[in-house]
Design a protein around this ligand. Structure first.
Ligand SMILES: *Cc1c(COP(=O)(O)O)cnc(C)c1O
Length: 218
C-alpha cells in the first residue's frame, strides 16, 4: 500500500461515525489529490482557487470540493463553479459577493462562517461575539445556505492549548442551533487539523481538515 493510502486508512479507522474528513490539499499536485480520492477521500479542501482549478480539471466531480482559505472577492465567480461548500465566509462583503454571483449562476451555495476564535486582529474571521448577528444577516440571502461554523484557532505549540478555542466555537454553534434561524441549518462544525483534530472531535467537530497527516510534510 502506498503511504497516502495507509495514512488515510488510519485516520478513517479512528474517526468516529458522523465525522467527515476533508483532505487539505494545499501545495499538493493533482496526482496526489487523485491518489487520496482513490484511497477513499470524499471531500477535498482547497485554499487557493487557482490550485483548486488544476485539481478540479484533473478530478472533476469524483470528489466534493470545500473552499477553506481566505476567498478574495475577485475569485468568487470561479469559486462558485468549483466548490460544493465555502467554509470560510469571513466578512459581509464576501457574503454579498457570493450572493450576487450565485444568483447569476442560479445556484445556492452552502457556506460556513469562519469564526476567529482567537480574536486575532491579523487573522480573518468573525469574532465569536459577532457571529449571531452575522449569521442572522447572511441567512437572509437567498443564494447562500448557512450550514454551520468553521474555525482555525491560533497557532499553538501543544494542541491541548487549542481546546479552549474549540470549546468556545462549539458554544456559539450550539447557541445558533437553538435559535433556529429561518433558512439556516446549523449542522456542520469544522475544526481541527493534523495536530489538533483529535481534540477538535472531542469538542464536537464533525468536519476535520487534515493535510500533513495524509500527504506528509509540505
Ligand atoms: C493547511 C490547512 C489545514 C491542514 O493543515 P495540516 O496541519 O497540514 O493538517 C486545515 N485547515 C486549513 C484552513 C488549512 O489551511
Amino acid at each position: 500500500m502506498d503511504t497516502i493510502k495507509e495514512n488515510i486508512k488510519k485516520i478513517l479507522d479512528e474517526l468516529p461515525d458522523g465525522v467527515e474528513l476533508v483532505a487539505a490539499a494545499k501545495a499538493r499536485t493533482p496526482e496526489q489529490v487523485n491518489q487520496a480520492v482513490e484511497a477513499g477521500i470524499k471531500i477535498i479542501g482547497e485554499n487557493y482557487v487557482q490550485e483548486a482549478e488544476k485539481a478540479f480539471n484533473f478530478l472533476g466531480k469524483k470528489a466534493r470540493w470545500h473552499f477553506i482559505g481566505h476567498l478574495q472577492r475577485n475569485k468568487v465567480k470561479k469559486a462558485i463553479r468549483i466548490f460544493d461548500m465555502i467554509e470560510t465566509v469571513d466578512s459581509m462583503k464576501l457574503a454579498k459577493e457570493i450572493e450576487t454571483r450565485a444568483e447569476r449562476e442560479d445556484l445556492v451555495m452552502p457556506v460556513l462562517i469562519e469564526v476567529n476564535s482567537g480574536r486575532e486582529e491579523q487573522k480573518f474571521g468573525v469574532f465569536p461575539q459577532d457571529v449571531e448577528e452575522f449569521a442572522r444577516k447572511i441567512a437572509e440571502f437567498d443564494h447562500l445556505k448557512l450550514q454551520g461554523l468553521m474555525t482555525m484557532g491560533p497557532m499553538v505549540g501543544d494542541p491541548e492549548n487549542a481546546r479552549p478555542y474549540f470549546v468556545e466555537t462549539r458554544k456559539v454553534f450550539e447557541k445558533l442551533k437553538k435559535l433556529s434561524i429561518p433558512s439556516a441549518e446549523m449542522k456542520y462544525l469544522s475544526m481541527g487539523m493534523t495536530n489538533s483534530y483529535k481534540i477538535a472531535v472531542e469538542e464536537g467537530a464533525n468536519i476535520v481538515r487534515i493535510g500533513t497527516k495524509i500527504f506528509g510534510p509540505r
